[in-house]
Structures are given as structure tokens and as C-alpha cells.
Design a protein. Structure first.
Length: 753
């Protein structure tokens, strides 16, 4: 993803970015230079989360398995595990694979950040950069790759690795760079035996060699949690990227599939009728649909064919990985939220998915645009794109999500995705980045390290701080998992008959995910592992009917999606016991509260609130907001504020708290062509600049001993001692980040004697 952004986003997003003002004129645009350069968290500091990262070394509990309740577990620890995953997509512009000293330090730091896994992306492209011969991996980078795997394993970080990312695979002689789509590998993989053989050898050469540092073959090492056999890469999605039409390369296989389905040209003509063109027969040629989303007989049959073809290749890749000794989890096709892809993914061992709120139109080229819209404004649609794809009975992971730089509201994603992921009980989340961590922010010759870029977490003060918040909300599970499971039945045969599998959950059904845990129950004509969780209330919503069709335990499969009356949902959910009577959800005014009572999304007031036992959080635009015992008043800019207990006691009883204050950040010298900061003129460079924040904060506290409040560096080192008062059972703070003598901060530590 990282270096081919320019090409990819031109294809995907030209003409769809709509500029919207970031802040009203009342919000001041004052920027303060970040003085921190050291990013290595000190052991034992307030932001050392090693204790929640998981057991080390990775693999000590055996291979990853699917537990009976449909989660990721281990052979020797067969209960649900949860992983906060870092993200790396190495390239020359980011310095490539770390050397041995750096790899050791980075692995240590990832553990201190609370990560339990690392997703490695675009290995094929990086290892083949500048190479002239096929499969001639850069020897230095390959050695560093193997060493890095070992250091991650020692630190307790599991590996999630993509086999095929690049459309050039491991072919040599790709010029002028690896992002030129010279070989159309992913589309060709479906139809060309040579490319299938190339995939198999790439798996063998990249992950089937003995690693001298782990003394294992990666494919035979239980530290390898899962393989993404082909990243994204579904036929419909690739066809959208490649000219917006289906390639004629599929015609021969399509004709064979039709012959198997119909047996004769006469039967095909009877079923297709006028949709069959003159001269088309099963003995000669049958064309692929002329356009995507065709609703005629040809289009519907083609999408049935596509799904079966994808499943066939998934099974083929699975067999090759198993033959090489891999016993972990396997998946593919982790993008594209239409039912056809859901039906394909139903055949995978685990479901993985990607979604973003906004994307840059042309990466960091002058004129590139990022829409300045809040993810709250459309009821967290991109979060719901993820919830829409979850399938009961299978582990569900998100290996890519984000609200990338320079969207000024990106602090929302670092709260909403981890919070809803925990509510829904997902297994792994990854805020996509080329680099989730770098050791320091000193001037670098590598472009990606020398400025905040889209999909760069490591040097973005907002997103890098946000990962620490994600560790608490999701990995520490401060947000409780929903006590409800709503099954949304999807009949594969009916979905294809209805519209060729181009359906999606409608908005009404989708927004149930903001209230309780939802998931698809896909009927592909085979017995599915629907899982079972003791103590949970399971409900079925036949999604072609009114909400009064909520029933008890899993019932009959219903064919298609309809449009239930949204306003009746709350009463019906209460009626069947899925929500308590005290729940404040009001679908009609876009106000959603989780069944646990801990999460509140208020679209009209642009607020997201978290009130749990151990973390209280407010993401707000202006005015006053309250979450649990935390109140924030009159912020000078839109802001996210959170207070998290660090001593295992509820927030109000805690004697050790971590406070987050997040607004926006940009590069020094960054310029835009418009006042809304939508269209880029000049990217700028480090040091980063944080938007000044002024606000009033009160926090309920029953602790009566003396307290101290410190600003923290990115390393967790205590800096400025900040005045505050404690009276009447509350901490009172008037904060102005411009008044901090040692520079602006995003984190603060409150400690009592």
C-alpha cells in the first residue's frame, strides 16, 4: 500500500473527495513545536504497557487455533486471545528493514506499547526492490527480515504476514520502481498456471527457508499466527481498480463453469434468454459482463462463478501452505464489503477486513486532497463497514483501518475502532501504517521518517499517542464485550439470485452495530461453525423483515435484506431482552448507546463518549461534555480527552492515572491551497507541530491524599509539574498546552501520595 499510493488513489478516488471545513472560524489555528525526539518508552514508566502485551516468547502455547466460540486461541491455551497489532510496510524511503541493533530495540518498544502481534505488509515488493532476476531477494534485507522475526518472537510478538501484495510478485526487472503494475499478478493468478506456480515458489522462498536466528522454518513456527494468502485481491475489487470492467481473460474459465452448470447451449439459452448474444455458445465463446454490477442473467452467473473461482484458489493456496508445514490460520480477500465477497470469505478459516474513513487523492503530491470530515458525521460508517463483514463462528480481525493524516479529526479513529472492536469482541486490530514505531524523531535522510505522511503512525504525535489509548480500550479490554449477539442471516444462493451478490447491509441494519454485537451468519450450503458463548443472549434478525422478527436462538435462514423501521428498533431490542430499559439509544436522532452503557455516539453533537470502569473518554467539538466522572468544558479546538487508571482500580478510586489530550498535528512548513487545509501545497518536515489546546477538565476522585500532575514526553519521562486543585471529590485542571515550559504534550500523569 505505501509507495503505490499515487497510482492506487488516482484509480480509486479521483473526483470523490469533497472539501469540508475542518473547524469553524471560532477555532484558533495555533501551532506549537514538538520538542521530543526520543520515542523509546522508559521501562516502568506510566506508558510501559508490557504487562498487557501477552506471554513471551511468541509461540510458547503452540499453534493458533479457532476456539469453539469462534475466536483465536492456542493449542495449549484454547481460550479467546486478543491482539493489538503493529504495522510495518518496509521500503527504501523508510530505511528498509532495521539492522540488528535497531530490530532488538524496536521489538522491545513494541512490547512496551502493548502490541502482541505485527502485521508485515508488502514484503514481496521490498525484498525484490532493485532486483533484476526472479526470486532474487535482496540478501541484506532478507537477512535483516529473518533477524527481525526472531527479535519479535523473543519479545512475544506474533507474526501476521501477507504472502502476495504486489502485482509484480517476485518477478525481477521491474522498472522504474516496484509499483509499476507490469505483471498484473493478482488478476493473472486466477487464470494463469505460471502465476500460480510463481505464487507457490514465492511462499516457499520467502517463508519456507530455515531462519538461522529462530532455528525454525517460519512456515513451521507457531509464532506465525496467520497468513494472508493474497492481500485484498478479490476479482471484483481488482476489476474496479483495473479500468472498471471485468477482464476478457476470465471468459474461457467462465464458459467452462457455465458448461458445468447448464450442460448444454440449449439450456443456457433457455435460462439466459435475450441476455445470450447471437453467436455465443458453450462450444465457442461466452463473453464476460460488459460492466460491473450487471443485473442480467450473465452478470448474476458471472458473480457466482467469481465466488466459486475465489474459493477454489483459496483452497489451492491453503493446500500449498499446509503441505509446507504451516498449521496456523489462513485467510484472503480482506477487502470489499459486498455480499459476494462475504460469501467467498465464508470459506476461509478466519475473516480479515480493511476500511478507512478518508484517503488522500494523490498521496503527498502537491494538489493531493484529504477530505476534512469527521468520522462521527455519518454515524461512523467506516467502522460499520468493518462490523458489517464480521461472521459469527470465525475469528474476526482488522489488519487495516485508519483515518489518515492530514485529516484533522483522525483522533476519532484511535478511540472508536478500538472501543467498538472490544464491544464486538474482535480478535485483532491494526491501525495501518508503513511504520508503527521508530526509535527517534531526529532529522533523517529517509523521506518517510523526516515528515508526517499519510499512513505514518510513528512520527505523528496524534496517532502514535492514540495507539497507547487503543492498548487500554481494546487489548486491556477496558471496554466490555457486548452481552448480545445479533445474527444477520445471509443466504448465498438467494443473494446471487437477487442482484448477483452486489447487496450490502442497509444503513438501518448496519447501525445496530453501534448498540450491540452483530455479525453475518452466511449460509453457503454447508455446516458452519456458528460458535457459542455461555451467558450471551443470541438473537436473529431475519433481514428481509421488520424488526419485530427478532427471535431467540438461531432460527431459519432468511433470503435477502430489507429495510426495517429504524425507529422501532429500540423498543423491539428492549422487548426481546437485548437492551436494558435504561438504554438511551434514539435511532431517530442518531444517538447510539451500547447495550453495556459504556459507549455513546452522539452524531448531532459530534461526540463520542466512553465511560468504563478503568477508562473515561470524551471526543468532542465544543461546549461541555461528560463521560462517567470526566467532564471537559470549553475546549479551544475540537479535542479528545481521556483518563485511564494505571493501578487496577476504578478511575474514581485510582491513585495513578494517565490523561490523554489530543487535538491535531502537522509538519513544520506544511502549506495548503485552501483555508480548510484540504488540498496540499507543501508537505513540510519534522519537527511536528501540535495544535494548541486550552480547556477546563474535572475528574471525579475519592482519593484524599496529595497529588501531582506531570506532562509526559513520548518516552514517558515526567516533565512539567502542572498546577491543579482537588476539592469536593474532584480534580480541577485548567490546561493550556502553550504554557508548558518543556514543550507541548499529548499525555499527562496524575499520581497521589
Amino acid at each position: 500500500m505505501p509507495e503505490n499510493m499515487k497510482m492506487l488513489f488516482r484509480l480509486l478516488l479521483v473526483g470523490v473527495i469533497v472539501s469540508t471545513l475542518v473547524n469553524s472560524p471560532a477555532h484558533a489555528q495555533e501551532w506549537l513545536t514538538v520538542q521530543d525526539v526520543n520515542m523509546e518508552v522508559e521501562s516502568g514508566s506510566a506508558i510501559d504497557f508490557s504487562s498487557i502485551a501477552g506471554d513471551a516468547p511468541a509461540g510458547k502455547h503452540g499453534w493458533a487455533i479457532v476456539t469453539p466460540d469462534g475466536h483465536i486461541g492456542f493449542e495449549k491455551l484454547p481460550r479467546a486471545q486478543r491482539f493489538l497489532s503493529a504495522s510495518f510496510a518496509f521500503s527504501r524511503t523508510s530505511g528498509g528493514m532495521p539492522d540488528r541493533e535497531q530490530a532488538t530495540r524496536i521489538a522491545t518498544q513494541l512490547r512496551r506499547a502493548g502490541y502482541g502481534a505485527v502485521r508485515l505488509h508488502f514484503l514481496d515488493a521490498h525484498l525484490m526492490t532493485g532486483r533484476d532476476k526472479d526470486f532474487d531477494f535482496d540478501p541484506e534485507q532478507f537477512d535483516r527480515f529473518q533477524f527481525f522475526l526472531n527479535q519479535l518472537k523473543i519479545a512475544g510478538l506474533y507474526w501476521v504476514i501477507d504472502v502476495l501484495d504486489s502485482d509484480n510478485g517476485a518477478y525481477g526487472g521491474v522498472t522504474p520502481h516496484r509499483w509499476v503494475n507490469k505483471f498484473q499478478f493478482r488478476l493473472g493468478f486466477y487464470t494463469e498456471p505460471e502465476k500460480q506456480a510463481h505464487w507457490a515458489r514465492m511462499l516457499q522462498d520467502m517463508l519456507g527457508r530455515m531462519n538461522p536466528y529462530t532455528n525454525t522454518v517460519p512456515l513451521q513456527d507457531p509464532a506465525l499466527l496467520g497468513l494472508i494468502l493474497i492481500n485484498e485481491g478479490g476479482v471484483a475489487e481488482l476489476s474496479t481498480r483495473n479500468g472498471g470492467r471485468f477482464s476478457a481473460r476470465f471468459a474461457p474459465l467462465f464458459r467452462q463453469w457455465l458448461k458445468s452448470r447448464y450442460g448444454s447451449s440449449q439450456e443456457l439459452a433457455r435460462v439466459w434468454g435475450k441476455d445470450l448474444k447471437e453467436g455465443e455458445t458453450l462450444e465457442s465463446i461466452v463473453e464476460v459482463p460488459a460492466q460491473l454490477r450487471s443485473q442480467d442473467a450473465r452478470g448474476k452467473d458471472f458473480m457466482r462463478f467469481v465466488s466459486e473461482l475465489e474459493v477454489d484458489k483459496l483452497q489451492w493456496m491453503t493446500a500449498r501452505a499446509r503441505a509446507l508445514g504451516f498449521k496456523g490460520l489462513l485467510t484472503a480477500y480482506n477487502n470489499w464489503g459486498f455480499f459476494q465477497s462475504d460469501i467467498t470469505r465464508a470459506s476461509a478459516e478466519w475473516v480479515d477486513m480493511h476500511s478507512y474513513h478518508v484517503l488522500p487523492s494523490d498521496f503527498v503530491s502537491p494538489g493531493s486532497k484529504v477530505a476534512q470530515t469527521s468520522a462521527i458525521s455519518n454515524s461512523a460508517r467506516y467502522v460499520r463497514e468493518l462490523t458489517n463483514s464480521r461472521q459469527w463462528g470465525k475469528p474476526f480481525t482488522v489488519s487495516e483501518y485508519g483515518q489518515p493524516f492530514w485529516n484533522a479529526w483522525r483522533r476519532e479513529s484511535i478511540a472508536m475502532v478500538p472501543a467498538y472492536a472490544s464491544l464486538h469482541g474482535w480478535d485483532l486490530i491494526t491501525n495501518f501504517a508503513e511504520n508503527s514505531f521508530q526509535l527517534d524523531l531526529r532529522s533523517s535522510s529517509f523521506a518517510r521518517k523526516n515528515a508526517i505522511h499519510p499512513f505514518g503512525i510513528s512520527n505523528d504525535p496524534i496517532l502514535s499517542t492514540g495507539e497507547k489509548l487503543a492498548a487500554l480500550l481494546f487489548k486491556r479490554a477496558d471496554v466490555r464485550t457486548s452481552g448480545v449477539r445479533i445474527y444477520l442471516p445471509l443466504d448465498a444462493s438467494a443473494a446471487f439470485a437477487e442482484n448477483g451478490g452486489w447487496g450490502q447491509l442497509n444503513e438501518n441494519v448496519s447501525r445496530l452495530a453501534l448498540v450491540a454485537a452483530t455479525g453475518l451468519d452466511v449460509d453457503i450450503g454447508a455446516t458452519a461453525n456458528r460458535g457459542s458463548v455461555a451467558g450471551k443472549a443470541d438473537f436473529v434478525l431475519p433481514i428481509d423483515s421488520s424488526s419485530t422478527s427478532f427471535t431467540g436462538r438461531l432460527g431459519s435462514i432468511v433470503a435477502r435484506l430489507g429495510a426495517p423501521n429504524l425507529t422501532s428498533y429500540k423498543d423491539d431490542l428492549i422487548r426481546v431482552g437485548a437492551l436494558p430499559t435504561s438504554n438511551q439509544t434514539d435511532f431517530s436522532r442518531q444517538f447510539y448507546q451500547s447495550d453495556t452503557g459504556e459507549l455513546t455516539l452522539d452524531v448531532i453533537n459530534k461526540q463520542f463518549l466512553v465511560a468504563t470502569q478503568f477508562t473515561e473518554l470524551i471526543s468532542m467539538d465544543r461546549g461541555t461534555a461528560q463521560a462517567g466522572g470526566l467532564t471537559v468544558s470549553n475546549p479551544s479546538v475540537p479535542v479528545l480527552v481521556a483518563a485511564a487508571s494505571l493501578d487496577g482500580k476504578p478511575v474514581a478510586l485510582s491513585k495513578h492515572l494517565l490523561i490523554f489530550v489530543l487535538s491535531d498535528a502537522q509538519n513544520t512548513g506544511m502549506e495548503f491551497r485552501d483555508a480548510a487545509r484540504t488540498e496540499l501545497k507543501t508537505l513540510g518536515q519534522l519537527p511536528a507541530m501540535l495544535q494548541r489546546v486550552q480547556l477546563k477538565l474535572t475528574l471525579k476522585s475519592t482519593v484524599t491524599t496529595n497529588s501531582q500532575l506531570f506532562s509526559l514526553s513520548f518516552a514517558g519521562k515526567r516533565r512539567d509539574l502542572i498546577p491543579h486543585t482537588v476539592n469536593a471529590g474532584r480534580v480541577h485542571l485548567e490546561l493550556d498546552t502553550a504554557a508548558l515550559k518543556q514543550g507541548p504534550s499529548t499525555m499527562f500523569e496524575l499520581v497521589y501520595d
